[in-house]
Structure formats: C-alpha cells, structure tokens
Design a protein around this ligand. Structure first.
Ligand code: ZN
Length: 343
C-alpha cells in the first residue's frame, strides 16, 4: 500500500494544552507521525510518496472562507501584538451570547475554536496545508487506480468543522478527501470514523447531504469528549436525513461489543453502496491509550483492517488520533496490513 507523507507535519508542535485544569504538554506531538512512518518503513508496507500541492480550492469546498483566512493570518496577527507564544482561546460564544464575528484576533480565536486543547502555533498553517495536500494526493492515487492508500495526515482533522478548530484539528483532512472524490465524479462516498472520539467536524460538514454517508463509532459523548455531539439520535437533516450514523458506546465497552458495532456500521456501508470509502483512522481505541477508554489490542487492529478490506471498496485512510506514542505505529500499520490481505 502507498503511503503519502510530508515532513511539514513537524511544524505543528504545540507547547501545551489545557487538560484537567492545568496546562500540560500536548498529547498530539510530532513523534506520533514519526512513529507511524518508522513502522510503515520497517514493515515494508509500500512506497512512501511526498504530497503534491493542490492549493486552497479543495479546502474551501468544505471549510468556510472566513475561517480559512483566519487560520492563514492568525499567527502573524497574534505575534504583531508582541506575543511569541502559542495562541489559545479563553472564552466561547455560548448560549445567548452574540454570534457576531469579532474584529480582534483574540476574539476571532475564541469564535473559531471549540476548545483550548488546540494551540495555534508559528507552524500551524504550513503543517495543515501540507496535511490537506497529503489527503488530496492520496485521492489522486485512488483515482489513478490504487485500491487502498494511506494518508499519514498530521495534525489530525475529524474534530475540525466547517468553521471551527478543536481536538488538535484545523482542516478536516478526511472531509477534504471525500469532497475531492465527489468532485472527481464519485456519486456517493462513505466516511467511517473509528477514532475513540466522535468525528463531530466531519458530521458537521456533511450533515445536510446525502452524497456522503458518515458513520462514527466512539465513546459516548454523555461522558466523553467532545460532549456536545455524537449521540445516536443525530441522523442528518434535510437531504442528509438518514445519512448520518452515530454509534456511541459506554467508555468501558468490551472489544466484542466494539466489533459487533463495527459489523453494524459495515452493513450500513454495504447498503449505501458507495463508490469509495474514506476511513478516519484513529487508534486511540487501543487499551493503552492515555486519554481514551476502549480496550482494543494491537492484534484487534489487524482484524479491523481486514473487515474494512472485506468491503472491497477503493479506500483512503486518513490518520486521526492515537496517543499511546510507542505502539501507535504498530496499531496503525496493523489496520493497513489487515486491509491489504484482501488485495
Ligand atoms: Zn480521538
């Protein structure tokens, strides 16, 4: 299987995130992608290609222009005030506050953010545009006839909505990939999100559409991040009604329960009969993950890949979460190898 990878991911290296009431070193670190790449190479998964530049047009197909402009200019505007440290928001536009977009960069940072775990840094813009190019180059390869391609995207993307960042995500790489498939002639695309956390951003982007089926298996938002989306009764809206499937599971769910739920989700994908599949590949469902509470073992990830491969669809994998850094490579590449058993 081909892997698409850019070193530019290292430019996003936040110093701290607010978690458990204190600023702690970011869980989402460059070493995550380094470990995955190392495993891709040592296991001989296949060639590793640099991404091609695709410009902002495919990004603007799924993200709000004002939001994209904010991300592009925020660091310069933030540092122009004499600040040389990462930008984090400090308030949110919650119930009964005005939804007007502030003029000041600090207000805009609050307006366009979901949480304060997602530092905007000097290297955020080059890193996120490179990650979008990684996802789009994976789609180039699918269009050229590859059956499965691995987009080693970092930072991850599935918490990024049409017009906000959060959960370490700025551009929604999987959504950009799915939209690109449609723009190249696919009629229907499915996105399967297997990260421990609900893919709230992806759901937000496609919630009113029937040309993208979105399915997410995740920790129940009643107790798990991102808390405010990802419940089982969110089915889509308007033309999108019936094209959004959430499978929230209690935090301590068994591996058997997780795979039974995967079976249900794969059944929905088969019924939808998409032209292609995008997988939001988070491996924070791993038993040793420091911020998640499912208990998949490394061997279970092989099985996950095999079952996805059994769909027989052209498939792009976009890397999402996974914070047990040492085994992240083993777990991610196990999914890809499991998938490849069907090729
Ligand atoms: Zn996650």
């Amino acid at each position: 299987m081909l892997t698409i990878y850019s070193d530019k991911h290292r430019l996003q290296h936040g110093k701290a995130e607010l978690i458990d009431g204190t600023l702690k070193p970011c869980f989402e670190t460059p070493s995550r992608a380094d470990m995955v790449l190392q495993e891709v190479r040592s296991r001989g998964l296949g060639p590793v290609l640099e991404p091609q530049a695709h410009g902002l047009a495919p990004v603007l197909r799924v993200h709000d222009a004002g939001y994209v402009e904010f991300l592009q200019t925020a660091w310069q505007r933030w540092t122009a005030m004499g600040r040389d440290y990462d930008a984090l928001p400090k308030m949110w536009q919650i119930r009964r506050l005005r939804a007007a977009i502030p003029q000041h960069v600090e207000g805009q940072l609050c307006y366009y953010s979901m949480d304060c775990g997602t530092p905007l840094t000097a290297g955020t813009w080059p890193a996120i545009t490179a990650a979008a190019d990684v996802a789009l180059t994976a789609i180039d390869q699918l269009a050229a006839g590859q059956r499965g391609v691995f987009a080693l995207t970092r930072p991850p993307g599935h918490h990024a909505a049409r017009d906000y960042c959060g959960g370490y995500c700025f551009f929604n790489n999987a959504a950009i990939a799915a939209q690109s498939l449609l723009d190249r002639g696919a009629k229907r695309v499915a996105i399967l999100d297997v990260d421990y956390h609900h893919g709230n951003g992806t759901q937000d982007i496609f919630y009113q559409r029937d040309d993208v089926l979105f399915l997410s298996i995740h920790g129940d938002p009643a107790t798990e991040y991102p808390f405010f989306l990802g419940f089982a009764d969110e089915h889509g809206e308007g033309a999108g009604l019936g094209y959004n499937y959430n499978y929230p599971l209690p935090a301590a769910s068994s591996v058997a329960m997780w795979f039974a739920t995967l079976g249900t989700a794969l059944g929905e994908i088969r019924r939808y009969a998409p032209d292609a599949l995008v997988v939001s590949l988070g491996v924070d469902t791993f038993e040793g993950d420091p911020i998640s509470r499912f208990s998949l073992t490394s061997t279970d990830f092989l099985r996950l890949g095999e079952q996805i491969g059994g769909l027989g669809l052209p498939t792009a994998f976009c890397m999402e979460g996974g914070y047990a850094v040492e085994p992240i490579g083993l777990n991610a590449v196990n999914v890809l190898e499991g998938f490849s058993m069907h090729q």
